[in-house]
Design a protein around this ligand. Structure first.
Ligand SMILES: *[C@@H]1O[C@H](CO)[C@@H](O)[C@H](O)[C@H]1NC(C)=O
Ligand SMILES: *[C@@H]1O[C@H](CO)[C@@H](O)[C@H](O)[C@H]1NC(C)=O
Ligand SMILES: *[C@@H]1O[C@H](CO)[C@@H](O)[C@H](O)[C@H]1NC(C)=O
Ligand SMILES: *[C@@H]1O[C@H](CO)[C@@H](O)[C@H](O)[C@H]1NC(C)=O
Length: 215
């Protein structure tokens, strides 16, 4: 048996470091285990990086709350009376303003009743209520608002009206501030108050909107 044993291990060193088969096998499996552990560590690290990137993208797109945009989309004139005599210039009109609320967020924007003011040369000439509503996620809410404006609040110091009416146009400015909240994932709510600032130019001969600019 002893002779056989020696034949099986011809390379076993006679002295110094004895190295049996079992020892080398366990060393090899230790090495394998070490490599596996490194592999798992790399996987976990890669997954953590991936997860971080996903969360970052999510935070920068879906969870980022942008201010909705409120403006006038179009104007339909119903009645329009203007007079421009030597003594006085005046206007009195009624129109339907289509108010648009563009919400680019991934959650809806809910806002309360708001007052929309119309000004001529900085003087308030009429008001209307934008009714409370909800603009759905990534969509534009359109609301028709009937507006009545007249020049009764203008004084003789507003000298521009006569000459403007003579040129065939009437320029009005509209302002409004919507107060509301953007709701994300049914839990996160963020207050947003978008403002309207539009300039409307009405053509007196066609009795319709000629130009519209919103900030
Ligand atoms: C909003 O306006 C409507 C009419 O347009 C009115 O009936 C309602 O009471 C107002 N709501 C609030 C909270 O002011
Ligand atoms: C002019 O507008 C005011 C409100 O701005 C209103 O009280 C008044 O009745 C209006 N006048 C006419 C003639 O429509
Ligand atoms: C009003 O509209 C008519 C028809 O489009 C146009 O010919 C005219 O130039 C406009 N008036 C002004 C002052 O721009
Ligand atoms: C509204 O826009 C006009 C120009 O169109 C600008 O002069 C004015 O400062 C703006 N007002 C606000 C409150 O942004």
């Amino acid at each position: 048996m002893a002779e056989k044993d020696q034949q099986v291990h011809p390379l076993a060193p006679a002295n110094g470091h004895p190295r049996s088969d079992e020892e080398s096998v366990s060393l090899q499996s230790e090495e394998l285990k070490r490599k596996k552990r490194i592999k798992y560590a790399v996987y976990i690290a890669a997954f953590a990086v991936f997860q971080t990137v996903v969360i970052l993208i999510f935070a920068l797109t879906v969870m980022r709350v942008k201010n909705p945009k409120v403006r006038i989309g179009k104007v339909t004139v119903e009645t329009m009376d203007t007079s421009n005599t030597e003594a006085a210039a005046s206007f009195n009109l009624r129109f339907i303003a289509q108010v648009t609320v563009k919400n680019t967020n991934f959650g809806h924007f809910k806002f309360d009743n708001a007052t929309m003011s119309f000004l001529y040369d900085g003087v308030m000439v009429g008001e209307a209520i934008i009714p409370k509503a909800r603009a759905r996620a990534r969509s534009t809410k359109k609301l028709d608002v009937t507006v009545e404006v007249n020049s009764s609040a203008l004084t003789s110091t507003t000298t521009g009206l006569g000459s403007e009416l003579s040129s065939g146009v009437l320029t009005l400015n509209s302002k409004a501030k919507l107060k509301g909240k953007v709701e994300l994932m049914k839990v996160m709510k963020k207050k947003k108050s978008p403002e309207m600032n539009c300039t409307l130019i009405l053509n007196l001969s066609t009795r319709s909107l000629q130009d519209l600019k919103c900030k």
